[in-house]
Design a protein around this ligand. Sequence first.
Ligand code: GTP
Ligand code: MG
Length: 573
Amino acid sequence: MLTIQIANCSGRLCGRQFLATAFRRSYHIQPFSTSRVVQQPPPKDPAQKAEEEARKRQRKSEWKRKQGGQTFLDHVIITVRGGKGGDGCAAFHREKFVPYGPPSGANGGRGGDVYILPTPHLTTLSSVPKKVIADAGKNGQGSWLNGKNAPPFVIRVPLGTIVRELPIDDPRRAKDEWAAEEESLEGLSSEDRRVKMREKRWLHYPGAGDQNVARDFFLDAEATHYKLERERRIARRRRALEEPIRLDLDKEEIIERPVDAPLGIKQKEPLGHLVAAGGTGGYGNTHFLTKENRSPKFATRGNEGERITLELELKLLADIGLVGMPNAGKSTLLRALTGGRAKTEVAGYAFTTLNPVVGIVRVAEDGTWEGSISGSEVHDETWLEEQEEAKRMQEGELAYALTRNQQAMDDEYLLKMGKGHHFDIYETFRFTIADNPGLISEASEDRGLGHSFLRSLERSPALVYVVDLSAPAPWEGLRVLREELEKYQPGMSTRARLVIANKADLLAGEGSETVVIEARNKLRQLEDFVQQEMILPDGRPLAVVPTSAKYSQNLDRAVALMQGYVKEAREAQ
Ligand SMILES: Nc1nc2c(ncn2[C@@H]2O[C@H](COP(=O)(O)OP(=O)(O)OP(=O)(O)O)[C@@H](O)[C@H]2O)c(=O)[nH]1
Ligand SMILES: [Mg+2]
């Protein structure tokens, strides 16, 4: 068969291609196609696909960890600078038959302000930029056109962040704009200094510079400018000394939208707290117009924005902290307890979780908790759940699905679930619980993910150990966890109250009698170990609860115990 290969050329056909196409058409020749020659690879079987997917995810998470970008950061120092104001403009109005028009140079726009906004979905400070400079305002123009103000810059930080301004004498604090200028002028003669400072503050109409600086009118304006600047500097210093910034960002900022707001009009977004104001724009030459001087030929440049150095510290405020070896099922447990609301990755390899994640457990009067009724029964690995969801979506199953809130409002749902399950009404208690990265032996020597993330649990009143009951000797793991907690902070392990022996479902095997007896023995062995070695300061041993987080089994007891610890801790406060 005769085939003609055509070079792939986008756009119009070149001469040779045109001839080839005409030739092909007249002889009914099919174009050369690679798809007929290259064989498609055979479809992969699901097990192989799953394995590949898991490997891909693990590589990605390891890469993230090595990049250091996603590792948990709970303390940073950032320097923040408001945007510079736009320069004023020195211009005169020109028009036909008006050869000497009035001054028309307008003012510059304000530089961007910098705000700090607590954002619920963030869990670490690693995404906070270390150096923030907001945009500068636009310069003013002739024809009385003022420059545009710059947009604000919003630094997003997780809820629970404490913001402190570094004190004025702290060497880590960045210099303010005046100190920075003084440093750059060091070693210059006083005349050179004056020239440089003037250049930084003034703009002259083309060719009028020398003439301006020799005139009293300009020198008066300059003196006023310096006076205002000095006042601004004193005010700024006083504020930093008397009212340094200190924010405890533990509440989300919500802007109430009016119900009858017109459609299509942009609604206000929450900005957060102002930490550094942008510089004001410079004055155009119209500003200097007086009866005595009808044609001022100078304008001022925009002011620098405020410079400030902030110390951010993240204090996760979880009532309960989960501590366990990698893969014990901590993330699965958090997802099960929050009915899948807490977005934390679950996967079958070590160190899936890189940052602590906090979820909320809502408990009703009758002891039931939200996750037990509104979430799904099985909490599988994240990628499997995503696949399942995508499949259901494709099949159109979710087209008419009710959202969680719609469900709660649905009478049928209430009837089915019975009283006490409308959580917006019957919720009587709630507590927060933090999932953490895995802790391994010698974490204090920086093995695995180290143990610095335990800092986020320093303020948690109760800790819960999670061990894998299907492991050969779960009690060994418990010993390691306790040692690592002690190495991090002596006395920390005394806050541990409960041992969750997870993955109990794996011990059931096919359910034969011998397997069940073996499982019971193992659990008893664990309980014995805890009774002998893990004693609370008041002499009682820690409680042991076998569970299956994946299949939501026996979690009621765990929730009830946790609730008790949190209540106790709150009462003791
Ligand atoms: N059979 C069974 N498997 C479970 C259970 N809980 C968790 N798993 C599985 O155990 C593996 C690890 O679960 P994760 O929840 O990611 O464990 P983790 O403790 O958060 O692990 P790291 O984040 O790496 O410290 C996953 O494959 C889960 O599906 C359980 O109760 N039963
Ligand atoms: Mg995890």
